[in-house]
Design a protein around this ligand. Structure first.
Ligand code: GLN
Length: 486
């Protein structure tokens, strides 16, 4: 029995913890043992914190004994290594942050701590969240639990793999262009990118500030709703964070989807999409219809420009955000005779090839003479993409698409061809450009047994309706989860 504790969902674990049938220490130990048994194959974690986790679990058990617990008390979580965690090294999977131990917690970490959650460790990712496969990590790639020769997706590949392989109960990631939804889909778990501004980014290492957003990975839609409820909400330390009240997301999961109008964009069923992905998504559409949803075709005509606009805007913002890594204040410092050399050598040694490529692209896009041709034009295209979505939401309540054109690809398959890698995000990045919420829900497996995900997109602050639809789909039981063959 104990050996299976790590497969529990938040909801199941919470029930047993409250009834005192299970202790937080037992649950935490089960996850840590599971990680110890499979980490050498998966590499989902950059840093594991077994001692701290058990200490936190002991505190949680005392709180539960006093009847003093909230929804996450005693629940073991994994945290993407992009969040500042007090006293625990935070690397962003980069050599340039070598030795950096934050003296403070990100707001979301503070909130989860206050809710009694347990932190098992920090998960692997693409360096500075730049990538779609977790191969751009200076700690080596994470492997997909369903096939160790394949990628887990990225950039939050470690969090997705850790949830899929039951090394934790749920996890936290960030999504700038698809980094929660794509790895969730590749690993067969639920991932949610909330509306831009829904969750505080204080203490989250910045990649592209007009796109970055924090969100949960979980085994069920309900668990994702519970986590979102804990992390969402206004934060005086993040001026971009919305003051809009946080609804009870769990209460939104009524199981009723009758009458919901689902838009299916014709531009998202493209040539080159893997056949099994198209089939699985189409059968999910049928399932929604049989549950009483009205499905209609819609058009998002500027979709074809999304990848180009994103890779100008994201790199431009990254080139500015990454200027702070100069070897002076924290992290790696190279030996040098003068300050300029120190900057140059530190950045040369500290950043990996993809990060350097992005800084150069972004600096170019912003430079005098090119700004109007590239950066300003990309911003105009972004507005058109947003308008496409707002027009579409006149005719539908949510939008349904595949998460990615393929299932998880093989390690090394796309790493030499950045453009091919960038195309993995073709269905997710327009959602970031428009600032909308997007949910990735497992919808089947391809003929090789690799998971497939479907994406539900909502209007701004429409998390409740996409969670409700995702939960109803999950509860219909039309997809039987197959545990990874580990
Ligand atoms: N793959 C995209 C990129 O490399 C998105 C990454 C992300 O969402 N952080 O920029």
């Amino acid at each position: 029995m104990t050996s299976e504790l790590f497969t529990l969902t938040i909801t199941e674990a919470r029930e047993r913890l409250v009834k005192r049938e299970l202790s937080a220490v037992e649950l935490t130990r089960a996850c840590l043992d599971r990680a110890a048994a499979i980490e050498s194959r998966l590499n989902a974690f950059i840093t594991l914190c077994p001692r701290e986790a058990i200490e936190q679990a002991e505190v949680a058990d005392r709180l539960i004994a006093r009847g003093n617990c909230s929804s996450l008390t005693g629940i073991p979580l994994a945290i993407k290594d992009i969040f500042a965690t007090r006293g625990v090294r935070t690397t962003c999977a980069s050599k340039i942050l070598e030795g950096f131990v934050p003296p403070y917690d990100a707001t979301v970490i503070e909130r989860l701590r206050a809710a009694g959650a347990i932190f098992l460790g920090k998960t692997n990712m693409d360096e500075f969240a730049m990538g779609s496969s977790t191969e751009n990590s200076s700690f080596g790639p994470t492997r997909n639990p369903y096939d160790l020769r394949r990628v887990a997706g990225g950039s939050s590949g470690g969090s997705a793999a850790a949830v899929a392989a039951d090394e934790c109960i749920a996890a936290l990631g960030t999504d700038t262009g698809g980094s929660i939804r794509e790895p969730a889909s590749f690993c067969g778990v639920v991932g949610l990118k909330p509306t831009y501004s829904r969750v505080s980014r204080y203490g989250v290492i910045a990649y592209a500030s007009s796109l970055d957003q924090v969100g949960p990975f979980a085994k069920t839609v309900r668990d994702a709703a519970i986590l979102l409820g804990e992390i969402a909400g206004v934060d005086p330390r993040d001026a971009t964070c919305s003051a809009r009240p946080v609804p009870d997301y769990e209460a939104a999961l009524t199981g009723k989807v009758e009458g919901i109008r689902i838009g299916v964009p014709r531009e998202f069923f493209v040539e080159g999409m893997q056949e099994d992905v198209g089939l699985a998504v189409r059968s999910a559409i049928k399932q929604f219809e049989s549950q009483g949803c009205q499905v209609r075709e819609i058009s998002l005509p500027h979709t074809q420009y999304a990848v180009a606009a994103y890779y100008l805007i994201a790199t431009a913002e990254a080139s500015a955000n990454l200027a702070r890594y100069d070897g002076i204040r924290y992290g790696l410092r190279a030996e040098a005779d003068n300050t300029l050399d120190l900057y140059n050598r530190t950045r040369d040694r500290g950043f990996g090839p993809e990060v350097k490529r992005r800084i150069m692209l972004g600096t170019f896009a912003l430079s005098a003479g090119y700004y109007d041709a590239y950066y300003r034009k990309a911003q105009k295209v972004r507005t058109l993409i947003r308008q496409d979505f707002f027009r579409a939401f006149n005719d539908c309540d949510i939008i349904l698409t595949p998460v990615a054109p393929t299932t998880a690809f093989e390690l090394g398959e796309k790493i030499a061809d950045p453009l091919q890698m960038y195309l993995s995000d073709i269905f997710t990045i327009s959602v970031n450009l428009a600032g909308l919420p997007g949910l990735s829900v497992p919808c089947g497996y391809d003929r090789k047994g690799m998971p497939i995900g479907l994406q539900l997109i909502g209007p701004p602050f429409g998390e409740e309706i996409i969670l409700r639809a995702g939960d109803a789909y999950e509860r219909s039981g039309c997809v039987q989860r197959q545990p990874p063959p580990l």
